[in-house]
Design a protein around this ligand. Structure first.
Ligand code: DOR
Length: 495
C-alpha cells in the first residue's frame, strides 16, 4: 500500500457517512432513482465491500450493502466486478483549438471514456491560450458539445503578459495554473515557442526569475496550484547546440542535450520560490530519480510541494528507443532504469500524489521523423488506466493504490473532493468499473484519438476498465463508446 503525500491540500468538508441502508418505512415516499448499479464490489482508498449504488440527477443518493426498495429507471448489474470512484487524468493536451488536425476534444474525451477516465483536466496552451477570463469562458463553451467525460480547464501563466489576469482566471474557475518554465512566447498569438533561440523576431524571451517570482506571488494569493513544466532552458539550449555540433544523433545524445540536471535545476528554483511565496507548487511529469530525492526532502521540510509522474517514465527506459524510436520522444525525456526504479519507489513512499498521462498527440507523420525533428509527446489518456491496472495484476499496486493515485488524491489536491474522488452519498456519480481478469493487447488502430501515436503498440495488459460512468450515464461499455457527449465543467470549491 502506498503512502499519501498531499501537502498543501485545503481542509475539506466531508460528506455524511456514505454506506447506509435507505430502507422504506411506512408513510415515507417511494424511493425514485435514475440509475442503480447493483452487485458491484466497491473500492475506495481503504475499503472493499459488496454494494449497490443508487443515483439521482447525476449524484449518488444511496450506497448500500443490501438492495433497496424503490423505482429505478435503469438498473445495471455489475456482476461482481470492482467499481472505483471515477478516475481522473489531470494532464491532457487535446489541442483544441490550435492544432485540431492532431487531436480535438471530441476525440480525446472519447479516448478518455474508452480508457476508464471520467474527468480530464485540459492543459491551457491552446490557441487562444487560457490566459484570461474571456478565453476560459470561450473554451468551456467550445468543450461543452464535445465532452464525453467531465472536464476541468487549466489557466496559463505567461509572466508579465497575464499577471493581471490570474485572479479573474481563479474566479472564473480554472482548476490550477500552469507555467511552462523556460518557454518563449510568440508576441502575436501568445503561443509557446518550442525551439527558442536568442534574437528570434516577434518572440518574447522566457521570463526571468524576477518575473517568475511575481507569478508565484500572484498564484499564491489564489490558493490554487502552480504546476510547472520543470526543465532549465538555458542548460538545454547550450547542451543541444553542443551535442548537435558534435554530430550526435542517438538517444544517448538526446539525453546529453536534455539532461536530468535541467529538470533538477528548475525544481530547485521552484522549491525556493514556493518556500518564499507560500505558493502551492506542483511538479509536473517528473522523469528523473534525483528529482524524486529533491522533492522528497522539500516535502519532509513541510513545504507545500506535490508531484506527479507518467506511465512513459514508469514503463519505458532509454533501452526501448531502439524498438520504439521517436514514438517514445516526450519532454522531459524518458531516462534510465535507475530513474524508473526511483520513480516507482517515489510512488510507494507517497512522494507522488498522482499519476497522469500527459496526453500530447502529434500526427503520425511528425512522430515518424528523426529524433531531433520529431515533436515530443504521444497519446496517453486511453492507456493510462490499463497500464496501471496491469500493475495490479502484477502485484506491484493494489486497487486502493489505483483509487488514490487516479481519483481521490487528484480530487483532493485540486479542490474537487468529495464532489469527486469517492463513492459517497452526495458525490457525483462518476464511476469506473474494472475487470482484473480481462486481457487486452494495446493496438494503435484501436485508439480513439485522432492521431494514433503511442509507444505502447502491442503491449499486453491484464486488467481493463470495462465500464465508464459519467454523472450516472454509462459512456463506455466493454470498450465501446455508448451515448453522446454529456460531460460537464468541474471547478474547484471556493471558500
Ligand atoms: O512531450 C511533451 N509534449 N511534453 C510536454 O510537456 C508538452 C507536450 C506537448 O504539448 O506536445
Amino acid at each position: 500500500m502506498i503512502l499519501t503525500n498531499l501537502l498543501g491540500v485545503f481542509m475539506q468538508t466531508v460528506l455524511p457517512i456514505s454506506v447506509y441502508d435507505k430502507k422504506e418505512t411506512e408513510g415515507m415516499m417511494m424511493n425514485m432513482w435514475d440509475q442503480a448499479f447493483i452487485n458491484g464490489v466497491i473500492v475506495d482508498e481503504d475499503h472493499t465491500f459488496k454494494g449497490n449504488i443508487y443515483v439521482k440527477d447525476g449524484k449518488i443518493e444511496a450506497v448500500s450493502e443490501t438492495q433497496l426498495e424503490g423505482n429505478v429507471k435503469e438498473t445495471v448489474d455489475l456482476k461482481g466486478r470492482y467499481v472505483l470512484p471515477g478516475l481522473i487524468d489531470t494532464h491532457v493536451h487535446s489541442r483544441d483549438g490550435g492544432a485540431t488536425h492532431k487531436e480535438d476534444f471530441f476525440h480525446s474525451t472519447q479516448a478518455a471514456a474508452a480508457g476508464g477516465i471520467t474527468t480530464i483536466f485540459e492543459m491551457p496552451n491552446t490557441n487562444p491560450p487560457i490566459s484570461n477570463r474571456e478565453n476560459f469562458i470561450k473554451q468551456v463553451e467550445n468543450f461543452k458539445s464535445k465532452a464525453h467525460v467531465n472536464f476541468g480547464v487549466w489557466g496559463i501563466c505567461l509572466g508579465d503578459l497575464n499577471l493581471g489576469n490570474i485572479s479573474e482566471l481563479d474566479e472564473a474557475g480554472v482548476i490550477g495554473f500552469k507555467y511552462f518554465w523556460g518557454y518563449a512566447v510568440d508576441r502575436a498569438n501568445y503561443q509557446l515557442v518550442y525551439n527558442y533561440e536568442e534574437g528570434m523576431e516577434n518572440v518574447i524571451p522566457p521570463a526571468d526569475d524576477g518575473e517568475v517570482y511575481e507569478m508565484f506571488n500572484e498564484v499564491a494569493k489564489t490558493g490554487k496550484l502552480i504546476a510547472i513544466h520543470a526543465e532549465n532552458s538555458e542548460l538545454i539550449n547550450h547542451m543541444t547546440k553542443k551535442v548537435k555540433e558534435e554530430g550526435g544523433t542517438g538517444y544517448a545524445d538526446a539525453l546529453r542535450a536534455r539532461p536530468a540536471l535541467a529538470e533538477q535545476l528548475t525544481i530547485q528554483t521552484g522549491i525556493g520560490l514556493a518556500k518564499e511565496t507560500g505558493a502551492r507548487l506542483h511538479i509536473l511529469h517528473v522523469s528523473s530519480g534525483e528529482s524524486v530525492d529533491i522533492i522528497k526532502l522539500a516535502q519532509e521540510s513541510g513545504y507545500p510541494i506535490t508531484a506527479e509522474t507518467c506511465p512513459h517514465y514508469l514503463f519505458l527506459t532509454d533501452k526501448d528507443f531502439e524498438e520504439k524510436g521517436s514514438m517514445m520522444k516526450v519532454y522531459p525525456l524518458v531516462r534510465h532504469q535507475e530513474d524508473q526504479d526511483r520513480l516507482w519507489k517515489g510512488i510507494e513512499e507517497g512522494v507522488f500524489s498522482l499519476v497522469c498521462s500527459d496526453h500530447a498527440p502529434h500526427t503520425l507523420e511528425e512522430k515518424q521523423r528523426d529524433l531531433w525533428s520529431a515533436p515530443a509527446g504521444m497519446c496517453g489518456v486511453e492507456t493510462l488506466v490499463p497500464m496501471m491496472l496491469n500493475e495490479v495484476s502484477e502485484g506491484r499496486l493494489t486497487l486502493h493504490d489505483i483509487v488514490a493515485l487516479l481519483s481521490s488524491n487528484p480530487a483532493k489536491l485540486y479542490g474537487i473532493y468529495p464532489q469527486k474522488g469517492c463513492i459517497q452519498v452526495g458525490a457525483d456519480a462518476d464511476l469506473t468499473v474494472v475487470d482484473l481478469e480481462k486481457e487486452h493487447t494495446i493496438r494503435l488502430d484501436d485508439l480513439h484519438s485522432k492521431s494514433k501515436v503511442s509507444a505502447y503498440d502491442g503491449i499486453q495488459i491484464k486488467g481493463m476498465p470495462v465500464m465508464t460512468i459519467v454523472n450516472g450515464q454509462t459512456v463506455m461499455k466493454d470498450g465501446d463508446i455508448v451515448g453522446g457527449p454529456s460531460g460537464e465543467l468541474v471547478t474547484p470549491a471556493r471558500d
